[in-house]
Design a protein around this ligand. Structure first.
Ligand code: GLC
Length: 424
């Protein structure tokens, strides 16, 4: 398949998933605006329609709560095909949203968009900067009690079903969950999706946070699940570094951001599990590590953190599969090549690993990940995720973030020359 064909196909996917001023991750399975999916979409749009890229980020920020939190889903229009929808979350927001957040990659990709054309980006950035700042402050105020970033629900990590959460989720009581009807398994093979017991626990956590009327202080004291996540921590650290640079470009004071960066550097170090030889998730309720290596452990370079052992570990994990980076190592007894976040390779995660490696000067490893990401798309198309051994596509098809990172990272080139001014 030629590169031009794939470029065109990727643009077509973004256009087809575009509902005007936001994209859906894929039609059917995910019919709303998802937080980090949208931020990834922006780097795809930025390669051929820069204004549309900024609009994507702007619409994402339109869902921001007064507290500063930017929700993981914005339900712009109701859709019966998704569960749990706005009626379940009951967050009392306009637009309707979920009650939890997702990895804050928006500032990272706002910076990507800004760098394409700073003059054109400035008016958008001026509007967005205070909002991003407020969101990052919310993280610092409500989620960084251990130094690292805590999540209150596995869905916040963006790695919904990762083995990282297994032990912590085993403590979640599901006796009051009752009957409900999942919609995801109507779209996708159940073997590729989380199991019923996982889903019961997701809902139990949702209901218990809802019972607090989404009060962060009460959620922190009452929740049965609070885990410090290396993925969120590394992403927020990098996002703060980018936000700092964006602030400087606007002539803003960045002292507050500097303190967040310092705190997160210390926090990230608390997630080093020496026995495992990896960054790892830490259950803040029990004080125990998950003892689980994931692709998010390898976001350390994205955060600007160097670690020799992580380089060696990445080599080992890549050698265990044909198309890395697997979301969980093939050597683990929990590895499953097809099930959601328990083995498959996610190309947007590869982008975060690869961008970090390249930035830190580990170009060979970065190239290797870029190459296998390219092969997966060439062989199997723009799927949600991929079997890391066979290379087959899994989950949803024609997926926004896979198309976006093809344009924005895997095959990025001639960004400026292909960009046209938007006239409408
Ligand atoms: C799944 C993924 C999550 C993503 C969402 C929409 O829930 O785990 O990371 O944002 O789908 O693509």
């Amino acid at each position: 398949m030629s590169t031009t064909y794939l470029d065109n196909k990727a643009r077509e996917i973004l256009r087809n998933n575009d509902l005007g001023d936001y994209t859906v991750p894929t039609h059917g399975l995910y019919p709303y605006q998802w937080n980090w999916d949208s931020a990834f979409a922006a780097i795809g749009f930025a390669t051929f329609d820069l204004d549309r890229a900024w609009i994507e980020l702007k619409t994402l920020m339109s869902g921001q709560w007064d507290s500063g939190m930017v929700p993981h889903i914005i339900f712009h229009e109701d859709d019966e095909g998704y569960f749990p929808g706005p009626g379940v979350w009951q967050t009392n927001q306009t637009p309707a949203t979920s009650g939890i957040t997702q990895p804050p990659v928006a500032a990272i990709f706002a910076r990507t968009c800004f760098d394409v054309d700073p003059e054109r980006g400035k008016p958008y950035l001026k509007e967005m900067f205070p909002k991003l700042l407020k969101w990052h402050r919310w993280f610092s105020d409500h989620r960084c009690e251990s130094g690292a970033v805590a999540i209150t629900h596995p869905w916040e990590s963006g790695r919904d079903n990762a083995p990282d959460w297994d032990d912590a989720m085993a403590n979640v009581d599901i006796s009051d969950v009752g009957e409900y009807q999942r919609r995801d398994t109507a779209h996708i093979d159940a073997d590729m999706r989380p199991s019923k017991i996982d889903y019961d626990r997701y809902l139990s956590l949702l209901y218990s946070s809802r019972d607090t009327a989404w009060d962060e202080t009460l959620i922190r004291t009452n929740s049965a699940f609070r885990v410090a996540d290396p993925g969120m921590t590394f992403i927020l650290l990098r996002a703060n570094r980018d936000l700092r640079d964006l602030g400087l470009a606007l002539g803003e004071s960045v002292e507050e951001i500097d303190t967040w960066i310092e705190q997160l550097e210390i926090g990230a170090a608390t997630l080093w599990n020496d026995a495992l030889g990896s960054y790892d998730s830490l259950d803040l309720l029990t004080g125990k590590f998950s003892n689980s290596i994931s692709n998010a452990s390898f976001f350390c370079w994205l955060a600007g953190i160097e670690n020799e052992q992580m380089l060696a570990l990445l080599r080992e994990v890549l050698d265990g599969v044909k198309y890395g980076v697997p979301s969980h190592p093939a050597s683990s007894n929990k590895f499953n090549a097809k099930r959601y976040w328990r083995g498959p390779t996610w190309i947007m995660s590869n982008t975060l690993v690869g961008m970090g490696l390249e930035k830190q000067g580990h170009t060979q490893l970065g190239d290797e990940i870029r190459k296998s990401s390219r092969q997966l798309i060439e062989q199997s198309g723009f799927h949600e995720y991929f079997d890391p051994i066979e290379g087959t596509g899994a989950g949803g098809a024609d997926f926004t973030w896979t198309a976006a990172v093809w344009l924005g990272w895997i095959n990025a080139r001639k960004t400026e020359s292909t960009n046209t001014n938007r006239t409408s």
